[in-house]
Ligand binder design. Sequence first.
Ligand code: ADP
Ligand code: MG
Length: 191
Amino acid sequence: MSGGAPARRRPASRRARELPEPVIAYIALGGNLDGPAARIRRALAELARLPHTRLVRASALYRNPAVGGPRQPDFVNAVAKIATRLAPRELLERLLEIEARHGRTRSVPNAPRTLDLDLALYGDAVIDEPGLTVPHPRLAERAFVLVPLAEIAPGARVPGRGCAAGLAALLDARGMERLEDGPRRPGPNAG
Ligand code: ADP
Ligand code: MG
């Protein structure tokens, strides 16, 4: 030990009590530029490394025709289930940081993008603040989110709308192509 006053450490039990309970959240991932499938897999590993966060499960990857915007390549989409102690705003900030590391730029709405990470659901929270709306406002119309969500969590509740499987069944998913078997749990080497 070096000199000076010993570091004051609070007992682990006390520290644990100060952390909020983990909340189950669902992240919608998507991209259509620069190797989107490999990029989504890397982004899943990055979600698994977020502080105070555990990647519980990831859906298969799906190929989807782009909706709206200019003519552009097909998208690859997936949904991740995480357990997190991060508050919603902090989690969104972390998602935007991951997007930025993947070279995400914003031009016009529905433009092609390397990586889009949306906070689809955060427990049963309903949030309507500048810059953060949860559930994600277009969630219930988007087969490319609801189909992978229903794959890993058919009973997940979308507050005010119903369960993931019921909502997915209402949507036209004919353009979607599943790219790999799922659902997967992160293996011992994941992340
Ligand atoms: P989109 O995902 O709809 O194509 P963007 O990714 O460009 O659009 O997001 C634009 C802004 O939407 C973000 O900067 C963020 O502040 C805001 N936003 C509001 N609610 C959410 C949410 N639940 N998940 C992700 N971004 C959100
Ligand atoms: Mg987004």
